[in-house]
Design a binder for this molecule. Structure first.
Ligand code: GLY
Length: 383
């Protein structure tokens, strides 16, 4: 599955990647200016719809008015639901009140929910769309790098539970994803860096050449150079689209996208899913730990671990457990308890994504708890 170039915006070339899922296939478009043309793009797909836009207070400040203007210029009526920012919004309570508000907006089966925001808004609004009237269509307009390269693509939607992250949810594919490069200019640098960790993940799991390209081009990406940023987002989304088309419900290869996530989700859970540790920061540390663990198990060379650690450090991302606020309170027992709640647990056995080298990660089931315990004890003793 390769990306194509189209011209929905006069004078511009837009990258288009198809997520091939039969009659649920959809396009991811990558370009600047897509938000301003969202009305035209949506009305081409669904003429005569009405929309509810779900967003958060921070994103609304910058991007809600332009989106509503674009929709109304294509005669698409819309109402906005503005939620508090942050992972706390990805809760069952927020979901329940969102669904009631969508019903009060009289959003019908043929209408659309638009998720305008980062991963929290995309996951919550997508889940609400999946259960509203037993399923209405939704469009993702991701406004963070993390959402553009990962969470807006592939139909994972849901909310967090007290038992762990994303444990309540559904697969519900969007009908369109608009990755507008312009919206990244308003993103806080820390959020941008956290999203970059997910970009690196694609190189580490399956594409050594992309990792090498990132080593050379990271500065340009951080400077929002359009060409470099487009290449990074396009490569990430193409890889994700391929993986999702092969294994939509994560029975096999899709699990690779969770490299670093078993460790990472445990850290997020222990730090309360807040600003102390962003998801991308948690998985940056998690991916380094996955390399170190593979190294300890003798399946990956230490030189690979060093290259990965050096790249995350250069990218100003955390790489060690001790980089996490409050890490001195962590014990291996606490971490293992959290890991046991991971969605990948199969009949009580933890499933790890472990690298054999940069560009080759595998799903690994034969990890005994004492081996994991020893590894975590070693890591906690250093921190
Ligand atoms: N974020 C991992 C996945 O979508 O499968």
């Amino acid at each position: 599955m390769s990306s194509q170039t189209i011209s929905p915006i006069p004078g511009q070339t837009t990258k288009k990647i198809e997520v091939a899922l039969g009659n649920r296939s959809y396009d991811i478009l990558i370009d600047s200016g897509l938000l301003q043309h969202a009305g035209t793009l949506i009305s081409q797909l669904r003429p005569d719809v009405k929309c509810s836009i779900v967003t958060d207070e921070n994103v609304a400040q910058h991007h809600l008015a332009p989106l509503q203007k674009a929709l109304s210029s294509s005669n698409i009526p819309s109402e906005a639901i503005i939620l508090p920012p942050g992972e706390g919004t990805k809760s069952f309570n927020a979901l329940s009140s969102l669904v009631e508000t969508l019903l009060s907006h009289e959003i019908e089966r043929g209408d659309l929910v638009i998720a305008l925001g980062g991963g929290v808004i995309g996951d919550l609004a997508g889940f609400a769309a999946s259960i509203l009237r037993r399923g209405v269509d939704f469009v993702q307009i991701p406004t963070s790098l993390l959402a553009q390269v990962d969470s807006s693509v592939g139909g994972k939607t849901g909310v967090n539970s007290n038992y762990g992250k994303n444990l309540i949810g559904a697969f519900h594919q969007p009908i369109l994803v608009l990755c507008d490069l312009d919206v990244l200019t308003t993103l806080e640098p820390r959020q941008f860096r956290a999203g970059y960790a997910e970009v690196v993940k694609y190189g580490l799991i399956k594409n050594e050449e992309f990792f090498t390209w990132l080593q050379t081009n990271r500065n340009e990406i951080y400077a929002l150079d359009k060409q470099s940023l487009t290449h990074a987002i396009q490569t990430s989304c193409s890889m994700k689209a391929n993986i999702v088309a092969l294994d939509e419900k994560e029975h096999g290869v899709r699990a690779l996208l969770n490299l670093g996530h078993t460790f990472g989700h445990a850290f997020e859970s222990l730090t309360g899913y807040g600003d102390k540790l962003l998801h991308g920061e948690a998985i940056s540390i998690g991916m380094v730990l996955a390399f170190e663990f593979a190294d300890k198990l003798g399946i990956c060379k230490p030189s690979e671990t060093q290259k990965v650690t050096a790249h995350f450090k250069a990218a100003n991302l955390p790489t060690r457990i001790e980089d996490i606020p409050g890490a001195q309170e962590f014990t291996s027992k606490m971490l293992i308890e959290k890991m046991r709640q991971d969605k990948k647990v199969e009949r009580g056995d933890m499933v790890f994504i472990l690298p054999h080298k940069i560009g080759k990660a595998v799903v690994t089931r034969q990890i005994s708890e004492p081996t994991l315990h020893d590894f975590l004890e070693e890591k906690l003793a250093i921190s």
